[in-house]
Design a binder for this molecule. Structure first.
Ligand code: 13P
Length: 287
């Protein structure tokens, strides 16, 4: 059964480790991540962006697929199904479809509007036993070929949003989605420490987990990060393994064109990536 992410992240914060959010794109992704979480005896959060939700035909399909897998793969570790960077409307749709957790990304609104919308959602998720992530300070990344620097959140604004009763908070600390540019300055630990100082026990979320060096990940966990999002790294691992399979001509040997064979190396590569992250984040055997 799906669970909200509240308990697993409270435990992570208290135990000084982080739970990974791995974004899903299709059946292979979901299966690979769930199997790895079970093998590692680790809690896990499956992230679904609005785009990925649409790609998989809609949120109800996602909920049906994940619930089916939990049962048929005998998954017993805690699993949360979480909307990633949701709009207000997207959040309402996921509540209705049966997600167990949502993120409302109001970081692009003026702070008053972010507060008002987040407040509404705090009420709604409470009625459904779900968890809510909010965001302050937008997280940069590549959009139409332009790489934006990650913003640093204002700690006072973080405190305002934290006090609304959200379950965990994503604060921009110079992190960005996708690959980091060669001249990236690294995470702003000053910002993270200042946010943590004001928000106390609240688990903090680090987006853009792909390509952040291990020592910075560890330091972020020490400073209160309890959830780390990884997406691009699984995509790169999948693409690389699939390319190797095709370039080696394996799809032309026997029934190598069968999708169950063609997609297998990519799925194995996702598993290896997820396992490596769970070990780095310290969530192995924390189910
Ligand atoms: P990456 O794609 O950089 O790993 O970021 C994932 C993320 O933060 C999803 O919200």
């Amino acid at each position: 059964m799906l669970v909200s992410a509240t308990e697993m992240l409270k435990k992570a914060k208290a135990g000084h480790y982080a739970v990974g959010q791995f974004n899903i794109n299709n059946l292979e992704w979901t299966k690979a991540i769930l199997q790895t979480a079970q093998e590692c005896n680790s809690p896990v959060i499956l992230g679904v962006s609005e785009g990925a939700g649409k790609y998989m035909t809609g949120y109800k399909t996602v909920v049906g697929m994940v619930n089916g897998m939990l049962e048929e793969l005998n998954i017993t570790v805690p699993v949360a199904l979480h909307l990633d960077h949701g709009s207000y409307e997207g959040c309402l749709k996921c509540v209705e479809a049966g997600f167990s957790s949502i993120m409302f990304d109001g970081s692009h609104y003026p702070i008053e509007e972010n507060v008002a919308k987040t407040k509404e959602l705090v009420k709604i998720v409470a009625e459904h036993g779900m968890s809510l992530e909010a965001e302050v300070g937008s997280i940069g990344g590549e959009e139409d070929g332009v790489i934006g620097a990650g913003e640093c959140a204002d700690p006072k604004e973080c405190k305002m949003i934290a006090d609304l009763g959200v379950d965990f908070l994503a604060a921009g600390i110079g992190n960005i989605h996708g690959k980091y540019p060669a001249n990236w300055k690294g995470l702003s630990f000053e910002t993270l420490a200042a946010v943590q100082e004001l928000t106390g026990e609240l688990p903090l979320v680090l987006h853009g987990g792909t390509g952040i060096p291990a020592d910075q990940i560890k330091k972020a966990i020490d400073l209160g990060v309890s959830k780390i999002n990884v997406n691009t790294e699984c995509q790169l691992a999948f693409a690389d393994a699939t390319r190797k399979y095709i370039e080696a001509g394996k799809d032309l040997e026997g029934k190598g064109f069968d999708p169950r064979k063609l997609l297998a190396p990519g799925a194995e590569a996702i598993k290896a990536t997820v396992k490596e992250k769970m070990e780095l984040f310290g969530s192995v055997n924390k189910a």
